[in-house]
Write a protein that binds this ligand. Structure first.
Ligand code: FEO
Length: 394
């Protein structure tokens, strides 16, 4: 569902709201649905469409464009080749055959590969290149790895408006064109950053710096609401991509017969006594988006796992895989858990985190029920974590 809305003079939102979608990439939970935003920029001489929509929503985009009675579209700017934004391009080109596609050189190849668009339809633009639409000018800035290598953003100088595609986006289905609830959008945008942007944190930091010279009055992403007061999301991104960590332990765990859970609960209490915040996730019941979000700024990750076939519980393997793939900025990591007759759980979990720049703190592994010595070791682990955090002045 969606209707045409004017963003500012001669710039229109023409995308689609996906209220019902609950999973992205058959992996990422979407508790609040999402939207695939596309925009028309109508200059005095030329008209550009910025991005398209996910193919199942193609009819909505087509009918929104028809409602605007544009006559012609001169350019379709594809800022990112992933199909939730580029997927309706073939239908657009069929309906508006005179349109040329504007893309980075990398994006051009992807559009040809993924959507079978003819090479001669695509004009590549250089970083910083401008395209005049008459009384509006599009300026393209390469912003690689938000979150694919070909991504760029588009700035309309006359309106101080930045079209950012996935960059600054949030998965929220809403009838509101602009952000109305900053706290809710902050959470959704952080979740989105955690799920797909976090592995490219240092490159994104450079991309943010690149945007500093621009006067940005508005940011129009391709998921979620438009930021008409963009400072809060720009500040949030600066924080998320920084090296600053919080006095926080993320503790994803699974427990089969209760021993690991007893240890985890004991560790949580010990950390709380030391004023260390804990984010606890019972893995078999966890929304992985929430776990990813918690990884954005925690100083320490502790994985709790029982032993299954001598190795870690598959849920703990998933958590370790996720943490390794997302490359959070955590400084310390450890493992707690239990075993029945033999275990290589710690070695296997620790070996699954090669991407993390963490100091591994002494793990605590109990045989069966945790005993006095195990609780003492958990106290020591809590003391060590608290001391390490204090050293970082957290
Ligand atoms: Fe929203 Fe990377 O596509």
């Amino acid at each position: 569902m969606s209707i045409v809305k004017e963003v500012t003079r001669n710039i229109y939102s023409v995308g689609a709201i996906d209220w019902d979608r609950r999973l992205f990439d058959e992996l990422i939970p979407l508790p609040d649905g999402t939207s695939y935003n596309a925009y028309i920029v109508q200059g005095s001489e030329k008209t550009a469409l910025l991005d398209t929509v996910d193919p199942p929503m193609a009819e909505i985009l087509m009918s929104n464009l028809a409602e605007l009675k544009l006559g012609t579209i001169d350019y379709v700017v594809i800022q990112h080749a992933e199909q939730d934004h580029s997927g309706t391009l073939p239908q657009i080109l069929e309906r508006y055959p005179e349109a040329k596609v504007i893309a980075t050189a990398k994006c051009k190849g992807m559009v040809m590969d993924f959507l079978a668009v003819a090479e001669e339809k695509i004009i590549t633009v250089a970083d910083g290149e401008r395209l005049s639409l008459g009384d509006k000018t599009l300026e393209f800035f390469y912003t690689p790895w938000v979150h694919w290598p070909e991504t760029m953003v588009t700035y309309v100088q006359e309106d101080q408006l930045l079209f950012s595609c996935d960059f600054f986006g949030s998965h929220i289905a809403s009838s509101d064109l602009f952000v109305t609830d900053q706290a809710k959008v902050y959470e959704a945008a952080k979740r989105y950053f955690a799920e797909i942007m976090m592995p490219f944190r240092t490159i994104i930091r450079k991309n943010l710096t690149k945007l500093h010279p621009l006067d940005i009055a508005m940011i129009a992403p391709s998921h979620g609401a438009i930021y008409d007061k963009p400072d809060f999301i720009l500040d949030a991104y600066e924080d998320w991509v920084s090296d600053k960590v919080k006095n926080e332990v993320v503790l994803p765990y699974a427990s089969m017969h209760g021993s690991t859970k007893m240890m985890v609960n004991y560790l949580v209490r010990a950390l709380m006594k030391q004023d260390v915040s804990v984010r606890l996730f019972n893995l078999p019941q966890t929304d992985i988006g929430e776990l990813a979000m918690a990884l954005v700024d925690a100083a320490t990750i502790v994985i709790g796992s029982p032993t299954v076939f001598v190795g870690p519980h598959p849920s703990a393997v998933y958590a370790a895989y996720l943490a390794n793939a997302l490359k959070p900025k955590a400084k310390f990591a450890s493992v707690v858990g239990s075993y029945g007759w033999g275990t290589k759980m710690v070695e296997q979990l620790a070996g699954m985190l090669p991407n993390l720049q963490v100091e591994i703190l002494d793990p605590v592994v109990a045989k069966g029920l945790p005993k006095a010595a195990d609780y003492q070791a958990l106290d020591t682990l809590a003391d060590t974590i608290a001391a390490k955090h204090r050293e970082l002045k957290l």
